[in-house]
Design a protein around this ligand. Structure first.
Ligand SMILES: Nc1ncnc2c1ncn2[C@@H]1O[C@H](COP(=O)(O)OP(=O)(O)OP(=O)(O)O)[C@@H](O)[C@H]1O
Length: 305
């Protein structure tokens, strides 16, 4: 079941990337990785892709930037089918940046600076422009002092940052992130999310695959849920996570903040503002504190009388 009401909101925005009935089976595999996937990524949104292991999220990404080609169906960029020729695929790779789950798959050069300039060199840009873009991205991602560092000296979190910077230096319109917070600690996840906010604010649409439903609820403004190579649910986070039975069937848990919110007495939820569900525990705590302060003030006024 799709969230039809929420879908109407998404279709009001411009379509960026569309999968239309895409089917794909890996050579030798017993079952399809994508089995009629139809999904539209709206421009300007922060989208999350949820689904348990093996449902086809990475395969979707590999189709999005032309590494894999559909065996059936189409992938469209701004309404036009993605071409098969070298020039179209090269142009597509500039518009759509893919950050792999494992940075080792992505980082190919010896040092940080070499890796970051690899894509720019492929574009055959003038040296001065490459230097300018390189310095800009290293400053933005706070890695200027790592420029000459061998990549194998970096931690996993640092490698992930370099992989992301290497994609962002190409200034893509759509950023695809495959489980970018897996194995990151809480602090690293927090600074990564701040980085994503900056990227999104600067105008990049983002589609992130993750297993972290709390992160999805806190960050996304549109959620896609996949199962067995198909899109089975989509909508704004509040709508998607309200479908408790459906999510249980998909082996997805409810975000902790949403669980607590729903466990609050109706009267308290009304006081806190029932129409606007808090997305993070900090937001929920602040609202409850405000209500409790109000109650304290009321009590002290009553006591004075
Ligand atoms: N190179 C491959 N050869 C054969 N089968 C593959 C290959 N890559 C993926 N598959 C299969 O395709 C299906 C979809 O895999 P995919 O990696 O796209 O899922 P996923 O949702 O990204 O999983 P995860 O959450 O574990 O990363 C799975 O059944 C997987 O075993």
């Amino acid at each position: 079941m799709k969230d039809v009401n929420a879908k109407a909101t998404a279709s009001e925005t411009t379509e960026l990337l569309r999968f239309s009935d895409v089917r794909y089976t890996y050579p030798g595999a017993g079952h399809p990785a994508l089995s009629g996937l139809s999904l539209t990524v709206p421009q300007g949104k922060k989208c999350v892709l949820l689904g348990h292991n093996g449902c086809g999220k990475s395969t979707l990404f590999l189709h999005a930037n032309g590494i894999l080609r559909p065996q059936h169906g189409e992938v469209l960029w701004k309404g036009s089918p993605i071409g098969n020729d070298r020039a179209s695929l090269f142009a597509l790779k500039q518009r759509i940046g893919l950050v792999f789950q494992d940075p080792e798959q992505q980082l190919i050069a010896t040092t940080v600076a070499e890796d970051l300039s690899y894509g720019l060199c492929n574009l055959k840009l003038p040296d001065a422009m490459i230097r300018e873009k390189l310095e800009g991205v290293m400053e933005r991602f706070q890695m200027t002092e790592w420029a000459e560092m061998p990549l194998h000296h970096l931690s996993l979190g640092q490698k992930r940052r370099v992989a992301l910077a290497g994609v962002m230096v190409m200034e893509p319109e759509l950023l695809l992130l495959d489980e970018p917070t897996a194995y990151l600690d809480q602090g690293q996840t927090q600074s990564f999310v701040q980085e994503l906010e900056r990227i999104h604010t600067a105008g990049t649409t983002i589609l992130m695959a993750t297993h972290d439903v709390d992160l999805a609820f806190a960050w996304a403004d549109w959620i896609f849920v996949m199962e067995k190579g198909q899109l089975v649910l989509e909508g704004v986070p509040e709508a998607v996570f309200s479908d408790r039975d459906r999510l249980a069937g998909l082996q997805l848990r409810i975000p902790a903040v949403y669980e607590v919110w729903q466990a609050l007495p109706d009267a308290l939820r009304e006081q806190v503002d029932a129409d606007c569900i808090p997305r993070t525990s900090a937001e929920l705590a602040a609202r409850l504190r405000a209500v409790s302060n109000q109650a304290d003030r009321y009590e002290s006024v009553v006591m004075q009388k």
